[in-house]
Design a protein around this ligand. Structure first.
Ligand SMILES: *[C@@H]1O[C@H](CO)[C@@H](O)[C@H](O)[C@H]1NC(C)=O
Ligand SMILES: *[C@@H]1O[C@H](CO)[C@@H](O)[C@H](O)[C@H]1NC(C)=O
Ligand SMILES: *[C@@H]1O[C@H](CO)[C@@H](O)[C@H](O)[C@H]1NC(C)=O
Ligand SMILES: *[C@@H]1O[C@H](CO)[C@@H](O)[C@H](O)[C@H]1NC(C)=O
Ligand SMILES: *[C@@H]1O[C@H](CO)[C@@H](O)[C@H](O)[C@H]1NC(C)=O
Ligand SMILES: *[C@@H]1O[C@H](CO)[C@@H](O)[C@H](O)[C@H]1NC(C)=O
Length: 385
């Protein structure tokens, strides 16, 4: 005789299956030959599968522990005085906010005289920091809430090696004054070139990355978004700047806060699934591993100097750049506010070892199924007795 399934049993069975079914993705992929992130291992055999694993996070109270403070004169001739760690904290040029943002500022409270600025006897205090870690390849996700801008301001988030330009330089966020579009650039020793058209959506400028010619212009690409830098960038809450560096290319993406891909939010970034990067230096024109190595992450905010100084009079900013620097109230927006930098490391699976690997990856899911089924039987037994 077939008894009707008692309601009390369904109370157990339904949630159990609801729990188990989503975990069966691996099994489904095994049967269909399709891959998901954890089903990555289930791709066609003999194909290398890339995943990015978390290797370090710069964030919150410990953010500044992992950087050195540069307190030498600005090599780009800016009208700033970079301060050491103690001074930076004491003067509150750097601090971590209660909600965990790492902030870096230009001094916006000290008056300077024009004489002090032009003679460079006293310049405006600012911050430049270098990561203690040096990198070769990686995926770097900068979550930035606010980036510096304003007349005379020249901020950068970039990477460079100890030996310049032979170790290479990668400028990820950089521009001057109140520009609206970010400019990505690379500076190298002779022989590295940007191939255009390439796999990027931005507008290419110079294609010669050689830093020893063209007054160190390097090669560069301007982001197509007019909210990738400056006031609109900050008004929209910033976003994520992603930089992927491997032997194939160095790519940069900018995502508005409202359009950050799901995989980034979930901590399992997969650049291969993102739209075209805004900028990309391909190994077709540049042997990436020969021209880029041992890179430190760097943040700085300089004023005037080689770029913001020479362009100052052409962008409608008032007076001269030197005059601008004397008045602290001009630099209230010269602030980096960083939520985090997440560094990921590329891991490649050789899927040809996976004959039988599919079963191995489905095993935990099959275990869950078995567990659920045993309980179904037990509870059915208890309920009908
Ligand atoms: C997999 O990667 C290795 C180097 O790590 C390379 O030699 C090989 O050709 C790659 N195989 C495929 C199918 O891309
Ligand atoms: C990334 O992975 C490689 C190879 O597994 C390892 O040698 C390297 O130390 C890792 N780098 C980081 C930053 O974790
Ligand atoms: C800085 O200059 C402004 C404008 O000239 C003046 O109002 C202010 O008192 C000065 N601040 C200090 C600390 O000297
Ligand atoms: C663009 O991507 C395609 C497909 O991966 C590749 O074949 C091509 O070489 C790339 N172009 C450049 C300039 O890197
Ligand atoms: C700072 O930014 C605000 C908001 O965009 C703007 O109204 C103000 O004029 C800026 N001040 C300076 C000195 O750049
Ligand atoms: C991947 O595995 C196959 C089979 O073991 C092997 O022939 C091949 O050389 C491997 N490739 C790499 C890049 O390790």
């Amino acid at each position: 005789m077939v008894r009707p399934v008692p309601l009390s049993l369904l109370v157990w069975v339904v949630p159990a299956w609801a729990f188990a079914l989503p975990k069966l993705g691996g099994l489904r992929d095994l049967m269909t030959g399709r891959g998901t992130d954890q089903g990555a291992v289930l791709e066609k055999r003999g194909v290398n599968k890339t995943i990015w694993t978390s290797s370090f996070v710069y964030q919150g109270d410990s953010f500044f522990d992992h950087w050195d403070f540069w307190n030498s004169p600005d090599p780009t001739n800016g009208l700033v005085q970079y301060v050491d760690r103690d001074t930076a904290f004491r003067e509150r040029l750097v601090y971590v906010t209660p909600d965990g943002r790492a902030n870096m500022h230009v001094d916006s409270w000290t008056n300077l005289t024009l004489d002090e600025v032009t003679s460079k006897s006293k310049l405006r205090p600012s911050v430049r920091i270098h990561s203690k870690a040096k990198y070769n390849h990686g995926l770097f996700l900068l979550d930035v809430a606010e980036a510096p801008f304003g007349c005379g301001t020249w901020p950068a988030y970039w990477m460079s090696g100890f030996y310049w330009p032979s170790d290479g330089e990668i400028d990820i966020i950089e521009n001057v004054h109140s520009s609206r579009s970010n400019q990505v650039a690379w500076h190298t020793s002779p022989g590295c070139n940007l191939v255009t058209p390439g796999n990027f959506s931005g507008v290419a400028g110079s294609t010669t990355c050689d830093a020893t010619i063209n007054y160190n212009t390097g090669c560069g690409i301007v982001d197509p978004s007019v909210a990738s830098f400056g006031p609109t960038f900050n008004e929209k809450g910033g976003g994520i700047y992603a930089m992927k560096w491997d032997e194939i290319s160095i790519d940069v993406w900018f995502f508005y806060r409202s359009a950050i891909p799901e995989d980034i939010l979930e901590g399992t970034p997969n650049p291969a699934s993102w739209r075209l990067p805004s900028a990309s230096l391909s190994n077709l024109g540049c042997d990436i591993d020969r021209y880029f190595m041992n890179q430190m992450l760097i943040f700085d905010i300089t004023l005037c100097g080689d770029w913001a100084g020479t362009s100052y009079s052409q962008v409608g900013c008032p007076g001269t750049c030197e005059e601008r620097v004397t008045d602290p109230s001009n630099f209230v927006n010269a602030t980096w506010s960083i939520n985090s930098i997440k560094v990921y490391n590329k891991t490649i699976f050789n899927t040809s070892y996976l004959d039988g690997g599919g079963m191995r990856s489905a095993f935990p899911h099959l275990t869950v199924m078995l567990f659920v089924n045993i309980w179904v039987v037990i509870f059915y037994g208890i309920t009908v007795m």
